[in-house]
Design a protein around this ligand. Sequence first.
Ligand SMILES: Cc1cc2nc3c(=O)[nH]c(=O)nc-3n(C[C@H](O)[C@H](O)[C@H](O)COP(=O)(O)O)c2cc1C
Length: 226
Amino acid sequence: MDIVEVISQRRSIRAFKPNPVPQKVLKEIVELALRAPSWANTQPWEFAIVGGKKLEEVREGFMARSSDIPNPDVPIPKEFPEPFNTRRRAVGASVFEIKGIGREDKEKRVAWTLAGLRLFEAPNAIYVLTSRSFYLQAGSVNVWPIFDCGCVAENIMLLATKHGLGTIAQIAAVMYPDVLRKVLEIPDSKIIVLGIAIGYPDWDEPINQLHTERASLDEVARWYGF
Ligand SMILES: Cc1cc2nc3c(=O)[nH]c(=O)nc-3n(C[C@H](O)[C@H](O)[C@H](O)COP(=O)(O)O)c2cc1C
């Protein structure tokens, strides 16, 4: 698969087969992903790569906390100005349509939220961490380590695609960082940025056919000097 195919094929996967990803494959993916660029090559990322009983413990911990207000280390945006809100709502509507979840169907909505907190039953997860003292400086946020973590995360997701694996970047996977800190013994000196659920996609599940739209190039790019 060349880079164009890999980028075109990657999509968020929300239903996985149970078989675990061999550790060797995960190692190969994360090792190559480390070639991502970063601010002055600071490489401000670390990873907690999880499977088996440990991931079950995380899921159990998240289920026990699921009615609590989430408190991810990197806060959830409070507002989505346009055009972001329209785009955000569109993907939510598509997911609910495929899953047959009606507007008023509270029970199914809650079940879907729980499915997300359970990483859609992916057999493995890669948590991306960064340094708290680099991210928070004199009380204000330095966004650049988060940007760099995004670069490495995309590398991971693209390399996984090349291996026939599916991934989804998930804020849901890091909603209760205290659970992750306890189960995975992550010190307070690390910020838990994002979770990436990873495994073999269950292609029989219609949700994995979701192909999200993109604004056209004309909408987002202006050209100068051509
Ligand atoms: C930082 C980040 C956090 C995300 N968190 C979630 C999440 O918690 N639950 C979810 O279903 N999708 C999550 N997504 C996936 C996005 O919804 C998805 O990338 C977007 O709709 C585009 O679809 P695609 O990945 O299939 O191209 C997240 C993506 C990113 C980059």
